[in-house]
Design a protein around this ligand. Structure first.
Ligand code: DX5
Ligand code: ZN
Length: 216
């Protein structure tokens, strides 16, 4: 599977969202990563469906919505109606007993379904559900803020998952930059969420080309 960079809007200039979307498109991105935080699942607060709907009117980019929320299922219809193409929920927010129903619930919106795992979460416990989703996302920082340092202990979890699921899209999120991209791509990640590494680069297009040309 080709490696793809997903710019994370959290590092963009929120006073100029339409321009920032255009900058992502011009740099060659096809997917925009959107971080929704509820000030409960994580200690930070960002935005809801209202902003997603405004972005939907501003760009043709595929919108990849990452729900860092304690009760994500309550809002999935709203995010889908706002224009989310993919919706990722955290396994820690759902729990094992109702995971299968939760996946079905997101699937029923019509969006692609993703499962996110925090750095300390063992993916093998969730392997039975991975065949039911469109992507799995490893948090390589504790979620809540951009600009944190990559947690190397997650690498073995990525490798184990890639070994068990050769064709599953594996996304990584947090501290993904020029230093860590060669490592996670070697481990089997193929979708790279980049906040600071993309938006703060002097030449985001060159950064994206470089990252997407790395062979696993
Ligand atoms: C962190 C968010 C990330 C964040 C990544 O909780 O989920 O998507 O924007 O930012 P960087 O790439 O700067 O670590
Ligand atoms: Zn994210």
């Amino acid at each position: 599977m080709p490696v793809r960079v997903l710019p994370s809007l959290l590092s963009a200039d929120f006073a100029h969202l339409a321009d920032e979307c255009a900058r992502c498109e011009a740099a060659g991105a096809s997917v925009l990563h959107l971080d929704v935080m509820d000030a409960h699942f994580v200690p930070n607060l960002t935005f809801g469906p209202f902003i997603v709907e405004a972005l939907r009117r501003s760009t043709r980019l595929h919108l990849d919505v990452h729900l860092m929320m304690t009760d994500p299922l309550r809002y999935v219809d709203d995010f889908r109606a706002a224009g989310a193409d993919a919706i990722t929920i955290h396994v820690e927010a759902v729990g094992p007993r109702t995971m299968a129903q939760a996946i079905e619930r997101v699937r029923a919106t019509g969006a692609q379904v993703g499962l996110a795992l925090n750095p300390d979460t063992d993916p093998e416990l969730w392997f039975p559900h991975f065949a039911q989703v469109d992507l799995v996302m490893f948090m390589t920082v504790y979620p809540g803020f951009g600009g944190q340092s990559f947690i190397p202990q997650v690498r073995q979890r990525i490798r184990a998952t890639r070994q068990a699921f050769p064709h599953l899209p594996i996304q990584v999120d947090g501290g993904i930059n020029r230093q860590t991209i060669p490592l996670v791509v070697a481990d089997g990640a193929d979708r790279l969420v980049c906040g600071n590494a993309f938006f703060k680069d002097a030449d985001p297009a060159a950064f994206l080309r470089w990252a997407e040309s790395i062979a696993p």
